[in-house]
Design a protein around this ligand. Structure first.
Ligand SMILES: [Zn+2]
Length: 371
């Protein structure tokens, strides 16, 4: 399948294509529907989990996840579908390796073109570690609440550009990014809300992830995201402390410039409650290497503006009216650009990262980066 054909116009198509590809590989498939919720066409919303079936016991596991941020699933799903088709043609690529795929971790957001879930929760701010409290906001969020989360339907004339500019001048961009995007637990209809307790996807992972990964000693987990970083670029973002061995592995498998750790000065912001830190903290494998694979699209201002508009329309506008539809269409473009060049390159690069991860896990020199 060529790269462009891997993209689905909507959640239902992505889900159908994913499940069909998994069945063609004769892998195990588990589905976890969201009870009482449907998509815009009345479709079932479910998190689907695929596991490769191997005859030999394997201790190396590749985990791919997508759609934790709903609408970003358009891209993650395309990479996964592209890979499944390739693996069907060349099953030898996965010798001595287990594969676990978590497809569309936030199916509500994917189907309804939202970053957030059915409770307005940003799933990647909800995975607080045991003992952490679902309360508090970064310094500055409360002052920005009225600007970020207007309590009225979207209007044709919007003061957001001026208000945003004033905030940037006042606080500086890094402080502003930290205040806005790091995750807040006080404004349930606001942007980047982390929830009041474990969300449905958090509960699902807590109930099953250890079973899906049982027997793994080394795990490489790539979680696909979009919307952060320059157009057409990508980074593996890591938000937990790495061991020296892990840093060496990342450097040799993916290249030194490919990944960015939390202590890097260039990291845009540090989030609370991210999925990766939670996975690593559960000690499900001796070596659990998680990275958020971020693919850049539009500028931070355009992305934030689009998130704000969609959130405003979702909570305060009329479902299905032209302004709400336009806000959601804009969000899809911001997180999965229609540009064929962007799509082709991003899927190729996503597949390349996965090939490098497999090379690292299986010790296959062919897919290691040359020095
Ligand atoms: Zn994301």
């Amino acid at each position: 399948m060529n790269e462009l054909a891997s993209f689905s116009p909507d959640y239902q198509t992505a889900r159908d294509s994913f499940c069909a590809a998994v069945r063609r590989l004769a892998w195990d498939l588990e589905s976890y529907p969201l009870v009482g919720l449907t998509g815009p066409a009345g479709e079932t919303l479910a998190v689907d989990i695929a596991q490769s079936t191997t005859t030999n016991p394997c201790t190396s596991t590749l985990v791919l996840s997508s759609g934790l941020h709903g609408v970003e699933g358009h891209f993650g799903s395309a990479v996964i579908l592209h890979l499944l088709e390739r693996w069907q043609a060349e099953s030898s690529l996965l010798a001595d390796l287990r594969v676990v795929i978590l497809h569309s971790l936030n199916p509500f957001g994917f189907a309804w073109s939202r970053r957030f879930d059915q409770e307005n929760i940003d799933s990647n701010r909800n995975f607080l570690l045991p003992g952490e409290e679902y309360a508090g906001s970064p310094a500055g969020y409360a002052q920005l609440d009225r600007v970020l989360n207007p309590r009225r339907p979207p209007a044709a004339f919007d003061l957001f550009p001026l208000q945003a500019l004033a905030s940037i001048l006042q606080q500086g961009l890094p402080a502003l990014q930290q205040a806005i995007a790091a995750g807040q637990y006080d404004f349930p209809r606001g942007l980047f809300y982390g929830g009041a307790g474990p969300a449905s996807v958090h509960q699902l992972m807590a109930a099953h992830l250890d079973r899906w990964l049982a027997g793994s000693e080394t795990v490489v987990h790539l979680d696909f995201h979009t919307g952060l970083g320059r157009w057409g670029t990508d980074k593996l973002l890591i938000d937990y402390p790495l061991t020296d061995q892990q840093t060496e592995q990342l450097t040799s498998w993916f290249g030194a410039d490919t990944f960015q750790t939390n202590d890097s000065t260039s990291r845009a912001y540090s989030a609370r409650g991210d999925f990766g830190h939670w996975c690593v903290d559960r000690f499900l494998a001796t070596n659990y290497l998680y990275a958020c694979a971020e693919f850049g699209t539009y500028s931070p201002y355009r992305v934030l503006s689009g998130l704000r508009w969609e959130n405003q329309a979702h909570h305060w506008g009329q479902p299905g009216d032209s302004a709400t539809r336009a806000a959601k269409e804009r969000l899809r473009e911001l997180f999965c650009p229609a540009s064929p060049e962007w799509r082709r390159a991003a899927v190729r690069r996503g597949a390349e990262l996965v090939a490098q991860a497999i090379g690292g896990l299986t010790g296959s020199p062919a897919s290691r980066k040359s020095p």
